[in-house]
Design a protein around this ligand. Structure first.
Ligand code: 9MR
Length: 481
């Protein structure tokens, strides 16, 4: 987080600076590294955002877009915070209410508000077992997998270049002592669903940090924490594109702030990912609540790769747990003791973030597309008379492309398939999902992976790839086997 995001004076100069920050954000990792270097002033800030920025961090809140007309709410939001998360507006049910028909209006309003006020945006959440639209209920197996990957691709493409970090997958681990994955409809599409989602998200928005986000993963000794840790370690070892882990940190008497919280953050960061506190709220009041808030803040500041803190709402009355008064402002918008504890902890300072950009993602090699991404399926083709047919849609921008290929099985169905096409000379595939590619340029053959090997008669499956240069054109050849 660069110091140019510090706000609070309300002067014209202060208001104009954040636009620079938005540009810097999309300009790639080198620019971020350069701007971090200026975040060394020791002066104490007077707002959460400004004080966090002094420490090279952000301070964010969840926002309910329908409250943007509440002047008290917006006054606090614009004064105190420099990161926002859509509380519900970017979730699957909100963004894709009917299959492949996307509605970004509420999410776009939040992004516009953030950009106009120098805030960044955390994207929440591409995939979650809750808040799915009704139509996913009738899907399973490869059909659900396809819908899921399409959702990730379309939403992340829509917001490409505008999101600091995406919660790509939310709450995929079981509570209790197993440390295992939660049994959800998404999990039932195959254990590799999480990595497939991360690869699709990377292809759609190479500039966003990609996070796994969960709750009850704060206490280092809990089985769920260990389960997530093992997954992240495995992803890093195998090159799955994960950049960060989000710790929701919803604390109450049943799940209190744990004394080993800092250890948890440190151990995850040591895997080579950033850590972020993503949905902080702490039930309680007075000095005990304030102490826990101060501890969380100091723990983040003690870990170089802790990028920032987001609280899950502004006033107690805005909270999903309103009766537990878990936030930093009371129902009237007054600062609570907890607010002062956080501000003081921020102003005490901590470990600066790394001065070089963390090795999170390959920076975009080209300008993001300015055109609206495709929001509709490729045209439906009549059932093929041969084994299968393949059609594709491409999102091309100067210097790069993302292509999604749809395979339709013939009347015999498929038990394994290949699709061949030609990547023009000078162009190259950099990333493929839901298929294995034989090469990166020239004549390339894509072969099914396990979960999409079988396609019923007349059924469809999809895979995709991202590349530099010019996308393939023409009709791809599809074959069984
Ligand atoms: O705060 C959100 C609330 O308005 C919604 O009704 C609820 C629906 O499940 O989701 C809440 O936000 C959750 C977040 O998306 C994921 N982590 C837990 C949050 C609190 O339930």
């Amino acid at each position: 987080m660069d110091k140019v995001l510090a706000r609070g004076s309300g002067s014209a100069a202060a208001r104009s600076r954040p636009r620079t920050a938005v540009v810097a954000m999309v300009a790639g990792a080198a620019m971020v590294a350069a701007t971090i270097a200026v975040a060394t002033s020791a002066s104490a800030g007077t707002t959460l955002g400004a004080s966090a920025a002094e420490q090279g961090r952000y301070f964010g809140t969840a926002v309910a877009v329908n409250k943007l007309s509440d002047s008290t709410y917006v006054g606090i939001l614009n004064r105190e915070f420099n990161m926002v998360t859509a509380e519900n507006e970017m979730k699957w049910d909100a963004t894709e209410p009917s299959r492949n028909q996307f509605n970004f209006s509420a999410g776009d309003r939040l992004v516009a508000h953030a950009q106009a006020n120098g805030m960044r945006v955390r994207g929440h959440a591409l995939l979650w077992h809750q808040q799915q639209p009704g139509w996913t209920g009738s899907l399973s197996g490869s059909a659900l997998r396809e819908a899921m990957i399409n959702h990730v691709t379309q939403v992340a493409t829509h917001y490409r270049g505008k999101i600091h970090s995406w919660d790509v997958v939310n709450e995929a681990f079981d509570d209790g002592n197993s440390g295992a994955r939660r049994n959800s409809n998404l999990q039932q599409t195959g254990n590799d669903w999480i990595e497939a989602a991360f690869r699709a998200a990377r292809a759609a928005d190479p500039g966003a940090k990609l996070c796994y986000n969960d709750y009850n993963t704060d206490n280092w000794s809990w089985a769920k924490t260990q389960g997530v840790y093992n997954m992240v370690r495995d992803f890093k070892a195998r090159g799955v594109p994960i950049d960060c882990v989000g710790f929701q940190s919803h604390f109450n008497s049943g799940s209190p702030y744990p004394s080993n919280y800092r250890t948890t953050l440190q151990n995850f960061a040591a895997l080579g990912v950033d850590v972020q506190i993503t949905e902080l709220d702490i039930e309680g009041s007075g000095s005990s609540q304030a102490t826990s808030y101060g501890n969380v803040t100091r723990d983040c500041l003690a870990v170089a790769r802790c990028n920032g803190i987001t609280v899950w709402g502004i006033r107690d009355t805005d909270s999903w747990r309103a009766s537990g008064t878990p936030l930093l402002f009371d129902g009237s918008g007054n600062k609570k003791q907890a607010y002062t504890a956080v501000l003081n902890a921020l102003n005490e300072g901590g470990t600066p973030p790394p001065t070089t950009a963390p090795p999170t993602s390959t920076p975009p090699t080209s300008t993001p597309p300015t055109s609206t991404p495709p929001t509709s399926e490729p045209p439906t083709t009549p059932p093929p008379t041969g084994a299968c047919t393949a059609t594709f849609t491409t999102n091309q921008w100067p210097g790069g492309f993302v292509t999604n290929v749809r395979i339709t099985a013939g009347s015999s169905g498929l038990n394994g398939w290949t699709v061949s096409l030609t990547v023009p000379s000078g162009s190259a595939i950099t990333n493929t999902w839901s298929a294995q590619a034989s090469g990166t340029t020239g004549a390339v053959t894509f072969r099914n992976v396990d979960y999409n090997r079988q396609v019923g008669a007349g059924g469809t499956t999809e895979f995709g790839f991202q590349g530099t240069g010019t996308a393939p054109s023409g009709t791809p050849a599809c074959a069984a086997g």
